[in-house]
Design a protein around this ligand. Structure first.
Ligand code: FAD
Length: 365
C-alpha cells in the first residue's frame, strides 16, 4: 500500500502545474517512490492526457491563432506547424516536458476537496476520486476551463434554438446556414465570429463596446496590466481577465472583419425570446429591436475553478481570495498559480517559481 503523505500536492498539470513541478524538482523534491533527502510532491490532474486545458480547445484554434504560448521552464518549444491545432501541438510539448523532468503526473485523478485537518502538524487532506493524500501544502493550478461563465438574461430558458458556450464550441461547420448571435468582447468571441461568419450570418453583442487597441504589447505595458490585476487579487476581488485589461489588438485580420461589418458590435440585448433576442425601445435604432436567431454563442469567459477549496473558506467578501503574490494571505500553505495576474502562460511560469520559493521558506525545505 502506497504511503500517501507528501510535502506538496500540486493540483493541475497545465502550464502553471508543470512549472511548479519543474521548480519543485529543482529544489530536490521528488515524486512518491523516488529516493530523496529533501521531500516529496505529487501532481494530480483530472484530464485524460497531457496538455492542460489546451487539449480540450476547439480544433480550429491553431498554434498560429493562440496569442503567444510561452515556453515551459527548462524546455524550449520547437517552432512547429502553425496550422497544427493547439490541442495537439501543446499536448505533445507538455508530454515531453513531463517526461524530461520526471514529473510523474497522476491522471485522470480529480480532486474533490481540500480540508484542513486542524492538527498541530498543520496537515491538509486532499480528497480525490482515487483516495486521499495528506500534505503540508497545496499548489492549486486548476485554471479556468472547467468553469465556463454563463450570464443570466431574462427569457434564456424560453429560447427554442441552440445555446452553447466557447467551452463547447467544436467547429463553425456545425453552425453552417444558421443565424448566430455571438455574445462577448474577448479574444475568443472575436476569433469565433470571424470563423462562423464564413458559413453563417452573425450578430455580435457586447456588454461594453469592444476595446480595440493599436498599442504593441511591450514589456512595460505587460507589467502595467499585471500590476492592475494584482491589485484586484490583493484586495480579494474577482480577478479580471488579462484581455479585459489590455483590450483587443487591432490586427489586419480584425481590421478586415470590422470593414466587412462582422466585427461591429451592438449593445447587449435586454431579453431572449423563443426565436431570438430583443432590445428595449430606444436602445437600438427603431426597427432593429428584434433579431431572430438559431444559435446563441456565449463567448463570455471563464472563472477560476476553485470549488474543491471551498472547505477552506478562503473567499473574501469581494468574491475573490485575498492574495499576496501566489500566496493565499489567510493561509500560506495554499498557493494559487495561474490565478489572477498569473493567468497567462508567461505568468503561470513565474507563479510556479514563486510558489516554490514561498514553500521552501514556509516548509523549511
Ligand atoms: P490549465 O491549462 O487550465 O490547466 C489546469 C489543469 O488542471 C487541467 O489539466 C485540468 O484538467 C486540471 N484540473 C482542474 N480542476 C481539477 C481538479 N479539481 N482536480 C484535478 N485536476 C484539475 N494564455 C496565453 O498566454 N496565450 C494564449 O494564447 C492563450 N489562449 C487562451 C485561449 C483560451 C480559449 C482561453 C480560455 C485561455 C487562453 N489563455 C492563453 C489563458 C490560458 O488559459 C493560460 O495562459 C494558461 O494556459 C492556463 O494554464 P493553467 O495551468 O493555469 O490552467
Amino acid at each position: 500500500m502506497e504511503l500517501r503523505r507528501v510535502d506538496v500536492v500540486v493540483i493541475g498539470a497545465g502550464q502553471a502545474g508543470l512549472s511548479t513541478g519543474y521548480h519543485l524538482q529543482r529544489v530536490g523534491l521528488r515524486p512518491p517512490g523516488t529516493p530523496t533527502a529533501t521531500g516529496r510532491f505529487v501532481v494530480l490532474d483530472d484530464s485524460p492526457g497531457p496538455g492542460g486545458a489546451w487539449q480540450h480547445r476547439w480544433p480550429s484554434l491553431t498554434m498560429a491563432h493562440a496569442h503567444a504560448i510561452h515556453d515551459l521552464p527548462g524546455l524550449p518549444r520547437l517552432v512547429g506547424d502553425p496550422d497544427e491545432p493547439a490541442s495537439v501541438g501543446v499536448a505533445r510539448y507538455f508530454a515531453e516536458h513531463e517526461e524530461l523532468f520526471g514529473l510523474e503526473v497522476r491522471r485522470p485523478v480529480r480532486v474533490r476537496s481540500v480540508r484542513d485537518l486542524g492538527g498541530r502538524d498543520g496537515l491538509l487532506a486532499v480528497e480525490t476520486d482515487d483516495g486521499e493524500w495528506l500534505t503540508r501544502a497545496v499548489v492549486n493550478a486548476t485554471g479556468t476551463w472547467q468553469k465556463p461563465f454563463w450570464p443570466a438574461y431574462p427569457g434564456q430558458q424560453s429560447f427554442r434554438g441552440r445555446q452553447l458556450h466557447t467551452h463547447d464550441f467544436r467547429s463553425a461547420a456545425e453552425l453552417a446556414g444558421a443565424h448566430v448571435v455571438v455574445v462577448g468582447a474577448g479574444t475568443s468571441g472575436v476569433q469565433l465570429l470571424l470563423q462562423i461568419a464564413e458559413v453563417a450570418t452573425t450578430t455580435w453583442v457586447t456588454r461594453r463596446p469592444p476595446q480595440w487597441t493599436r498599442r504593441p504589447f511591450d514589456p512595460e505595458w505587460g507589467r502595467d496590466v499585471v500590476a492592475r490585476v494584482d491589485a484586484r487579487t490583493r484586495a480579494g476581488l474577482v480577478p479580471l481577465s488579462v484581455v479585459a485589461e489590455t483590450g483587443l489588438p487591432l490586427t489586419p485580420e480584425y481590421q478586415a472583419g470590422i470593414e466587412a461589418g462582422v466585427l461591429v458590435a451592438r449593445p447587449m440585448f435586454d431579453r431572449i425570446v423563443p426565436d431570438g433576442v430583443e432590445w428595449l425601445t430606444g436602445r437600438v435604432p427603431t426597427g432593429d429591436e428584434h433579431v431572430p436567431a438559431d444559435v446563441i454563442l456565449w463567448a463570455t469567459g471563464f472563472r477560476p475553478a476553485l470549488d474543491h477549496l471551498a472547505p477552506l473558506h478562503l473567499r473574501a467578501p469581494g468574491g475573490g481570495i485575498v492574495m499576496r503574490g501566489t500566496e493565499v494571505a489567510a493561509d500560506p500553505r495554499i498557493q494559487l498559480v495561474g490565478y489572477g495576474p498569473s493567468a497567462s502562460t508567461i505568468g503561470a511560469n513565474r507563479a510556479g517559481r514563486e510558489a516554490v520559493r514561498n514553500l521552501r521558506r514556509l516548509l523549511g525545505l
